[in-house]
Design a protein around this ligand. Structure first.
Ligand code: ADP
Ligand code: 5GP
Length: 207
């Protein structure tokens, strides 16, 4: 079909449930590569270097930026985050789908550089529910949560630039929405362009 993998960008406000929904999706589609980002943020309890993030100093992060090591990078709530370029490009070339879980500034950079990327934004069922989830997760202090909530309003203002919206009311429904969106994208005429050309070429040479 298509020899290149699909680049999936999964964004949404902090605490909306991106990680939770993706975990469900990846259980069903374990061949999809999750892009492990680099960050200058400190690890949360239970986070493993190289699995959840590559945790690094600001100077190491800046060096990677200078060496063009990131597909995109951005500052969010006082920390830097970036997508290592190499593994994304290698996986896509091998035909493996890659998912980036990133915030909106980075997503817009990806859209600019990779116009074929699929941009999906996750919305909460309500702002009040987002607040409940972010406080309920208990991983940040009150000031940090409030900072992330005020970022959320700005991020939701950019949601209309995305291709699709997932509404994370129940995790199962949201994972199903994600699955359906990816399936639709992989059956778009744009994505299957080369396949259509191949079959068309065979038809022309055979008759
Ligand atoms: P994000 O990755 O977007 O920052 P998380 O996946 O860490 O968000 O989820 C934030 C919190 O909300 C977690 O405590 C998670 O268990 C909870 N959560 C996620 N999705 C739902 C849902 N659909 N309903 C209720 N709680 C949810
Ligand atoms: P957290 O600190 O909660 O893990 O992440 C904060 C925000 O940074 C989330 O919205 C998350 O999606 C985003 N993020 C994680 N990795 C990257 C990345 O590589 N690039 C960008 N631009 N954002 C990222």
């Amino acid at each position: 079909m298509n020899n290149k993998g699909l680049l999936i960008v999964f964004s949404g406000p902090s605490g909306v449930g991106k990680g939770t929904v993706l975990k469900e999706y990846l259980k069903k589609y374990p061949d999809t590569a999750f892009s492990v980002s680099a960050t200058t943020r400190s690890p949360r309890e239970g986070e493993v270097d190289g699995q959840h993030y590559y945790f690094m100093s600001r100077s190491d992060f800046d060096r990677l930026v200078e060496n063009d090591g990131f597909l995109e990078h951005a500052e969010f709530a006082g920390n830097c985050y970036g997508t290592p370029r190499g593994p994304v490009e290698e996986n896509l070339q091998k035909g493996i789908d890659v998912v980036l879980e990133i915030e909106v500034q980075g997503a817009l950079q990806v859209k600019e550089k990779c116009p074929d990327a699929l941009l999906i934004f996750v919305m909460p069922p309500s702002f009040e529910e987002l607040r409940r989830r972010l406080f309920g997760r208990g991983t940040e202090d009150e000031a940090t949560v409030n900072r992330r909530l005020s970022n959320a309003a700005r991020e939701m203002g950019i949601a209309k630039s995305y291709d699709y919206i997932v509404i994370n009311d129940s995790v199962d429904d949201a994972a199903l929405q994600l699955e359906s969106i990816v399936c639709a994208a992989k059956h778009s005429a744009k994505y299957l362009n080369e396949f259509i050309d191949e079959v068309e070429h065979d038809a022309e040479t055979c008759c």
